[in-house]
Ligand binder design. Structure first.
Ligand code: ADP
Ligand code: MG
Length: 679
């Protein structure tokens, strides 16, 4: 058979089984080859009966001592018992509802048995073991692959199709696109051997090494693809901005920029000066001052007689930007305007007119700027704030409103660098790892339930002193599994703090109402805002001095750090309280990390170590192709190796002309997922 043939032609696989296999994504033998086992059972080690361990699955070689006996226990329950022995001792076997075992086991003959061992009385029993005569070894005495299944399929069906697939691959296998030099440097087996080792390993190390190779391959392919995209971008030219002097901008600022802000701005101007389209992510902790980097870019566009746009995910954030930036731009004689959904039709038309005729140089807005009715006279730069709130396509349609538009995206979620390279695909990355001077450290506490009365009094005192309080809960309503819902927390707080104005906002609150509540909170008309994590990432309420998070153990550390960043934005000492420290050692350790450090990157790294990359990928829209074996979080080292290997290869052969098979795979990856889908 060839790899292209459908699996229904495999012996023992009929149309019915073929249909079930299709559910697993297996239509042809080639698909079967790529359906990797989800795990293995190591049955290579033969344990003498005397050395068996209670509670573990083990393999023995033993002789049947006497004919097995089947006893009918009750309706639907037969038990077959059998005594076996080896040189070291004897053991009872017990099979449930497997009468065939009684017929299959011959007295005096030696078999390999594999099954779970359990202590009983003074000896051991092995429960419903798999068995076969020794020496015939297909299922015992070796490493047995365990495949993913669906109802109606059995492991033996998967063995059949993968056997057929391996036989087909041995004749005319898939092409190995991994360059030989890289493969050898990593000490990986060639593709065909690796596939065989994945499906039929001799031992566990072989399986692990083969899987490592295939995982590396996935990461390598992706890294090559992303590298390709970056290289392609440098072939394009960016909007031309001749005058890149920022002196007037720096003078107009009410404060000196931090070193990190300056570095990020310089990185942008260098890209622009090189004639390339800027395509950069600015990553910086909440409050690190990313807006000023955006402002610098907008200023440069305006100064060169062009336009710039800043897109924020909510009206509140857009308005906030307007409030900070309008006075600055006014000093610089740069016109700026706000375009959001809530404008009256007339206001909207006016704004659109000013955008179209170029009267307005810097446009600050929400998704409204994406509207088809918005035509820029000459857009040269686009900024996407809180970029994870937008889809990749929205970003693309924003830059499509001009030619060779410089793009700056901003994110407050610190991500370890290796992951950033993946998640942000072909973007360059600047990190703002320094907070503006004079920021107070937020005093952070990880507490248990016993502290609740004190925390309640603390909330009250913050309000009495003129501060405001956020209370964040993991759920909206009907608390399940002992978690606090926002609804119940709001109700409780209204009762214990009757003189405080408590409001509630969550994902089910209507958009208009939500904006109103947020605006009321920002204006100080609400003392305590109870919410789920829907409260906006970038919201800036300097008067908020206390953040209380219920069930802190339910959240990712980076997320908690984000939440904490919503206080400490004003002059007053701010505080953050995480409940959940009484929920076991791991919860306590995680929460204590936040008490100890305020550095978003340290926290992100800790999160990565303790929880894996799920948190980073989970909340984010990314266009990365799914991976079968690679675990980008679990194995950062492999990811780094793959990224380095790809970078080195592309350096020497940017078009991969010497590696046509690799090139073809990279291109088919694009074709499948679309170039635009890589961030
Ligand atoms: P984020 O990175 O979270 O978007 P912002 O840009 O909103 O941060 O800045 C947070 C606050 O810090 C704003 O009030 C801003 O005016 C102020 N700020 C920014 N840069 C500086 C600086 N270099 N020195 C002092 N204050 C700054
Ligand atoms: Mg911001």
């Amino acid at each position: 058979m060839t790899l292209q043939e459908p699996v229904r032609f495999v012996r023992g696989i009929g149309p019915k089984k073929a249909e079930l296999l299709e559910k697993l994504g297996i239509a042809t033998l080639a698909d079967a080859l790529l359906c990797y086992p989800r795990g293995y059972e190591d049955r290579t080690h033969i344990t003498p009966i005397r050395q068996l361990i209670d509670g573990e699955k083990q393999c023995i070689h033993a002789v049947v001592g006497a004919a097995p006996q089947t006893v009918h226990i009750r309706r639907g329950m037969d038990v077959t018992r059998c005594k076996v022995y080896d040189d070291s001792g004897t053991l009872s076997l017990r099979f449930f509802n497997q009468k065939y075992a009684a017929g299959a086991l011959e007295t005096g003959k030696e078999y390999a048995f594999y099954g779970k061992v359990q202590a009983e009385g003074r000896g051991f029993v092995m429960l419903s073991p798999e068995f076969e005569p020794t020496g015939t070894g297909s299922r015992t005495g070796r490493v047995v692959p365990i495949y993913p299944l669906t109802a109606g399929l059995h492991q033996r069906d998967l063995y059949r199709v993968t056997d057929a697939a391996l036989a087909a691959a041995a004749g005319d296998g898939p092409a190995d696109f991994l360059p030989q030099a890289i493969r050898e440097r990593q000490g990986f087996p060639p593709l065909r051997a690796a596939l065989s080792d994945i499906h039929r390993p001799q031992n566990m190390q072989q399986a692990a090494q083969a899987r490592r190779r295939m995982a590396f391959e996935e990461l390598f392919l992706l890294s090559c693809g992303l590298g390709f995209l970056r290289a392609r971008r440098s072939d394009k030219s960016g909007a031309l901005l001749r005058d890149l002097s920022l002196n007037a901008f720096y003078r107009a600022l009410p404060f000196a920029l931090t070193g990190a802000q300056q570095r990020a701005i310089e990185a942008c101007t260098l890209d622009i000066a090189a004639g390339r389209p800027l395509s950069r992510l600015v990553q910086g902790d909440v409050g690190s001052g990313k807006t000023m980097v955006a402002a610098a870019l907008c200023y440069l566009a305006a100064k060169n007689g062009r336009q710039a746009v800043i897109m924020a995910p909510t009206e509140l954030l857009a308005q906030q930007h307007m409030q900070t930036l309008a006075p600055l731009f006014q000093k610089l004689d740069v016109s700026c305007g706000l375009l959001v959904g809530s404008l009256t039709p007339k206001q909207k038309r006016d704004m659109q007119q000013q955008i179209a005729d170029g009267t307005c140089s810097v446009i600050i807005g929400t998704h409204a700027v994406l509207s088809e009715a918005v035509h820029f006279r000459d857009l040269a730069a686009a900024v996407v704030d809180e970029q994870h709130r937008f889809g990749v396509s929205q970003r693309a349609s924003l830059t499509a409103k001009g030619e060779n538009v410089h793009l700056l995206v901003m994110s407050a979620t610190p991500i370890p660098r290796t992951l950033a390279l993946l998640i942000y695909g072909d973007l360059d990355v600047s990190v703002i790892d320094e907070l503006p001077p004079g920021r107070q450290k937020i005093k952070t506490y990880a507490v248990g339930e016993d502290m609740r009365p004190r925390i309640d009094r603390f909330i009250d005192r913050q309000c009495a002193e003129g501060g405001q309080v956020y209370v964040v809960c993991p759920l909206v309503g009907d608390g399940e599994s002992g978690r606090t819902s926002a609804e119940s927390a709001a109700e409780r707080l209204s009762k214990v703090l009757p003189q405080r104005r408590v409001s509630l906002v969550h994902g089910r609150t209507k958009a208009a109402e939500k904006e109103q509540i947020m605006a009321d909170f920002a204006a100080g008309r609400i003392d305590v805002l109870v919410s789920t994590t829907v409260i906006e990432v970038g919201v800036n309420v300097p008067n908020a001095t206390l953040m209380v998070v219920e069930d802190g153990d339910c959240f990712g550390l980076s997320q908690l750090h984000q939440l904490r960043g919503r206080v400490g934005r004003g002059r007053r000492q701010s505080y953050c309280v995480f409940y959940g420290a009484d929920r076991g050692a791991e919860a306590r350790e995680r929460l204590t990390t936040l008490v100890r450090t305020n550095d978003g990157f340290v926290i992100a790294q800790k999160d990565l170590e303790m929880r894996g990359a799920g948190d980073f990928f989970g909340t984010r829209q990314h266009g990365l192709p799914p991976m079968k074996l690679a675990d980008v979080a679990g194995d950062t080292r492999l990811l780094e190796q793959a990224q380095r290997a790809a970078a080195e290869l592309l350096q020497t052969d940017p078009s991969l002309s010497q590696f046509p098979q690799l090139r073809a795979r990279v291109e088919s990856l694009f074709a499948q997922y679309g170039e635009g889908s890589f961030n």
